[in-house]
Every structure is written in C-alpha cells, then in structure tokens.
Design a protein around this ligand. Structure first.
Ligand code: PMP
Length: 373
C-alpha cells in the first residue's frame, strides 16, 4: 500500500506533458496598420475554390453526426490520386494525424526521430505520447539522411520528415527518401509529411505515394489547409499500409472530420483548375520575391513551397527582430522562427500580388534606412 505522502494533492499530467511548449501560431493581427497582410501561416492567397465555399455553405442537417469514416472524401481523394480509399484516413488537419501516429506507435521508453528544423508539431506529438524526441542535425537547412540514419537506435519507433519542410522550404529528392527508407529497420514507421507537396515543381520529387505503395513502414500525410485554402476547416489525410490505417482508425475521434469539412474538401480536391491556379501563382511570385529579396541584400533559402525563409543581417538596425517590428507597423505579418532555433530569419508566405509588392517596398525601406537598435 502506498503511503499518503506519495499521493499528489492534485491531478498531475504524465511525464513529458509539461515539457511541451505549446505551439505558438503565426501572428494574425497587426495593431494600427490600415491594411493588414497576413503572411505568417502559409495560407493560400487565392483562398479556397469557390466550389468548396459553396459546398461548405450547402452543408445542412447540422443536427446529425457526420459520416465518421469520411467516405465521400476518401473516395474523392482516391479518385484524384488513384489510391484505394480503404488505405486512407482523414483527420482534423494533418496535425491530428501526426499526433495519432505518435500515440499509436510510440510511448514511454520509445524514441521519435525528426530533423533539426523539422515541423514543431513532431516534438509536441512525441512528448504528448510520452516518448522521447531525438533530433538529427541538418546541413544548410536541408534534412540530412545520413544524420537521420545515424540517430536511429533500437528504441526508434517513428521518423517524421516533412518534405518539403516547414519552416525551411527545402526538400529531399526521391532517391534520398528511398535511401532513408532502405536504411530504416522494418519496424520503424517513416511518416512523410507532404503538406506542401502540390507546390513542388521538381522532377526528382515524389510526395510519398510510390513509397507507401511498395513499403510496409511508410505513410504519407497531406492537408487541405495549404494549396486547397481550407485551413479554417481543419481537414488532413493520410495514405498508408492497411495495418497502420487500422491502428489510427482505432485511436482517432469517432467523428473527427466535420460534415462541412468533408463537403468542402471533397469539392476542393475535385477542382483541379483552382489547384493549378494556386501553383501558377506561387511559381510566379515565389521566384519574383526571391529575386527581389536577394537584390536587397537578404539571404533566401531556396524554397520549393509556398513560403520563404529569409535571413537577416546581424548588424544592429538590420536584424530579423527589428525587421519584424518594422513590417508589423506596416501591416505585414511575417513569422518569427526563434522557436525553431533560427532567430536570425523570418518566414514569409508568398502572398497576393499586392501583398508581395507591399512586402518588397517595406523591406527596401528597411534595408536602406537606419532604424536604431
Ligand atoms: N505539416 C507541416 C509541415 C505543416 O507546415 C503544417 C501546417 N503548418 C501541418 C503539417 C499541419 O497542417 P494542418 O493541421 O493544417 O493540416
């Protein structure tokens, strides 16, 4: 029998929970500025497909629970990508699926591996599952397959890899992803997080579909929050081996995707023209912004996604922190990436034409002027 002294006087979270620093989203407001451009959360400047908006408004019979299996949506995704809907599961954003993978496949004593600048939710999900985060160093803001493989131990259960990665915008070619998979023990789950896959225009890139189709230990995560412009509705999906899908189906909420989310996401994935327009916009303005920012003397990490990681000088008056304050005053909200260990950079979403011009004009003033310390 345990003594009364060893019983806490109040409920205490499991070890690991209080080690979590809650995710801090990109800022949404810039006080005072007449016009605000939110470039802090990699949202789609074109918004969602009008067909998705119509489907959202058409969702009625709100007294009924949604289809807990999101059948219509899984079928639409299956049709778009040529995948078996039985091997798909939808989630409340891909964030939820990341968390469920950690919960289902890792626990106390297990390790979850990801790279140095990997998406922050991997750490949160790992700690929430009671598992131990293990971080592999990157090389010049690129995930490093050798470093990841070197960090694998008998306790490794899951490897999360965002490809392209947020906040760096860099990617690994398919050969490297295959090399990673081949180097992993068969009991280690490789979770390829392809939240930004649609934006990538590189012949040597593969989001994960091919690898999932041929391996027992690979899943691919996708989202409707980025190219489909439906971040507010929280819909993500995963393609994986039947056994992994089965495990996630057991631990997920029974009705984790809302009826409005199912309806809007189904219409969104069927609107290929809208997706193409978003990709074309991103291509055009991504390269324009990169050229303009480099011309201003800033360093830009080459990005294949819908955002840029911009590195600021260390000299007083020109730092990322001062740039952030300067831009906020002009209503331009960028993303500080201190929490990723990159305090000298800001991340910006490729915005509307107007936002992109406003950003370059503001940064030109910032880089050209003197702003004290
Ligand atoms: N993975 C990556 C790499 C991301 O950047 C994000 C969004 N910031 C997500 C997953 C989660 O997206 P959501 O939960 O909106 O689907």
């Amino acid at each position: 029998m345990s003594s009364a002294a060893s019983v806490p006087s109040r409920p205490v979270p499991r070890p690991g929970v209080l080690a979590i620093e809650a995710y801090v989203p990109g800022k949404a407001h810039a006080g005072g500025a007449a016009k605000v451009y939110k470039l802090s959360a990699n949202e789609n400047p074109l918004g969602p497909s009008p067909k998705a908006v119509a489907a959202f408004h058409g969702a009625d019979a709100l007294e009924f629970y949604p289809d807990g299996s999101a059948t219509k949506l899984r079928e639409a995704i299956g049709k778009t990508y040529g995948l078996d809907p039985a091997r798909l599961v939808c989630g409340t954003g891909s964030d939820e699926l990341i968390t469920l993978l950690a919960l289902a496949f890792a626990g106390p004593g297990d390790e979850v591996l990801y790279s140095q600048y990997g998406f922050l939710v991997y750490r949160i999900a790992t700690l929430a599952a009671g598992a131990t985060p293990v971080i592999a160093p990157e090389r010049d803001y690129h995930s490093d397959v050798d470093a990841l493989l070197a960090a694998v131990t008998p306790a490794t259960r899951v490897v999360f890899l965002a490809n392209p990665n947020n906040p760096t915008g860099t990617y690994l070619p398919f050969d490297e992803i295959k090399r990673l998979q081949q180097g992993l023990p068969p009991n280690v789950l490789l979770a390829l997080d392809a939240a930004y896959a649609e934006y990538v225009r590189r012949n040597d890139y593969e989001a994960g579909i091919e690898l999932v189709a041929t391996c027992q230990n690979v899943v691919m995560l996708r989202t409707f929050s980025k190219i489909h412009g439906l971040a507010a509705l929280r819909v993500g999906w995963m393609y994986g081996p039947a056994e992994v899908i089965d495990a996630v189906n057991r631990v997920r909420g029974a009705f984790n995707v809302s009826a409005a989310g199912i309806a809007a996401a189904t219409a969104a994935i069927e609107d290929a023209a809208h997706v193409e327009a978003a990709v074309a916009h991103n291509e055009r303005w991504g390269s324009w912004l990169t050229t303009e920012l480099i011309a201003l003397g800033l360093k830009v990490t080459p990005s294949v996604a819908n955002f840029l990681l911009v590195h600021f000088p260390l000299e007083p008056g020109k730092t990322s922190k001062e740039a952030d304050a300067f831009l906020m005053e002009r209503g331009l909200i960028l993303r500080r990436v201190d929490s990723y260990g990159i305090p000298t950079a800001l991340r910006l979403t490729i915005g509307t034409e107007e936002a992109n011009h406003a950003l370059v004009a503001a940064l030109r003033d910032f880089m050209g002027g003197s702003h004290g310390t």
